[in-house]
Write a protein that binds this ligand. Structure first.
Ligand SMILES: [Zn+2]
Length: 401
């Protein structure tokens, strides 16, 4: 019996979605968005579902009321603004300008290396500001623009449907839950929490972690996407939303990517310089993407619960679980907020992923206030460096735990 309804307007603008029960509500909302139809039971049957203590949602109910009132009072759309579209245009134009200059402008070696570094920084910014908001449906009021924004990941070597499965559904529902959240899935070289297998090598992981982060986007493009695609799974979760057109888009995107990022540069510069440029680009991209993620979830303050392992249940309501597992950093730095697409306000993003990041500074005040009122934990690092120190310390401690 459909005994519970959740008003999803905070996340979806205007939808009310019937849910069979109050557990896994976020998974169902996201999956319905992804597939534009209710999540089929079989979509996650390959993995035991975790149930959250969502019965009354006292924290989230109160916070959502404040947020709804804010948007009503200010008469604002929950999606992107002109400021975001100017920023998006800047990164897209400069990205293609840098690529064109590299390929056809015959820059000196130092200039070419700087352009490759810039391409890595701009690719990360496109991911943070355009793809991420588009994928969550918050880049624009117009749905087809969100779809195009979401597919910008295909220009960067990834795939929009694989990303939505891994990020929107799995990571946003099962944040920091070992065995579920694929963003903390163990690579043999890193131990991100004490539930993961320990190797001798890990005692040095705080020293070499940035080498791994630098290589992460190369692994993603060359290996991890293909593993997910051919296995039809992300971790233990079956892929959803992969229709015939998505298979075609996947292969066209991968072939186009290798053509424009490797074959054409090799024809113009020669294979050696093309490979060096490609490596520099990816190293910068991987470092930036991984660092922003790690500072939000893999720090001393973020919780890695063991509760679900024995019972498949988390006692906290879903929103409180997000607050325990997610941290903000450097929120007073406007430049940081601009570049990382508000992901330094990761707490707000995890609570309201369907709202564009341009609103996060305003919403964060309400989050803090509600946390204080209801004595719910709230994590924030005052600076980038303090978050980085905590991340390194966490890696060091986890290696020995
Ligand atoms: Zn997200």
């Amino acid at each position: 019996m459909l005994s519970h309804w959740i008003d999803a307007r905070d996340e979806r603008n205007c939808w009310t979605i019937p849910l069979p029960d109050t557990s896994n509500l976020y998974l169902l909302i996201e999956a319905s968005l992804l597939a534009e139809k209710p999540l089929k039971k079989s979509a996650s049957d390959s993995h035991e579902r975790i149930r959250f203590g969502n019965h009354k949602n006292p924290f989230f109910t109160s916070l959502k009321e404040k947020v709804a009132l804010y948007f009503e009072k200010e008469e604002l759309s929950r999606n992107g603004t002109t400021h975001l579209y100017l920023k998006a245009s800047f990164f897209i134009l400069t990205y293609f300008l840098a690529y064109g200059t590299l390929l056809l402008g015959h820059p000196p070696v130092w200039g070419a290396l700087l352009l490759c570094v810039y391409l890595g920084l701009a690719a990360a910014a496109i991911g943070f500001n355009i793809m991420h908001d588009g994928s969550h449906g918050s880049f624009s009021d117009i749905q087809w623009i969100n779809v195009i924004a979401a597919y910008s990941i295909n220009i960067l070597g990834g795939d929009a449907v694989l990303w939505k499965n891994k990020h929107n559904i799995i990571h946003h529902t099962y944040t920091n839950l070992e065995g579920h959240d694929q963003d903390i899935a163990q690579l043999p070289v890193l131990r991100l929490n004490s539930l993961q297998k320990k190797y001798y090598l890990h005692r040095f992981q705080h020293l070499y972690c940035f080498l791994v982060y630098g290589l992460s986007s190369l692994f993603w493009v060359f290996l991890l996407d293909f593993i997910k695609y051919f296995q039809g799974k992300v971790g233990n979760f079956k892929l959803t939303g992969m229709e015939t057109k998505d298979h075609v888009i996947f292969w066209i995107s991968k072939v186009t990517y290798f053509t424009f990022y490797l074959i054409l540069p090799a024809l113009v510069w020669g294979l050696g310089p093309a490979l060096i440029g490609f490596f520099v680009f990816h190293f910068v991209l991987g470092t930036v993407l991984s660092t922003v993620f790690q500072l939000a979830h893999v720090v001393e303050e973020a919780e890695f619960s063991e509760e679900h392992l024995s019972s498949n249940r988390i006692a906290d309501e879903w929103a409180v679980h997000q607050l325990k597992t997610t941290t903000n950093f450097c929120t007073s730095n406007d430049w940081m907020t601009w570049y990382v697409g508000g992901l330094n306000f990761q707490v707000v993003h995890h609570l309201f992923p369907k709202i564009s990041h341009v609103h996060y500074p305003a919403l964060n005040k309400m989050v803090k206030e509600t946390c204080e009122e209801q004595q719910v934990i709230y994590h924030e690092f005052p600076s980038f460096m303090s978050a980085l120190r905590s991340h390194m310390k966490h890696l060091k401690e986890t290696a020995n735990a």
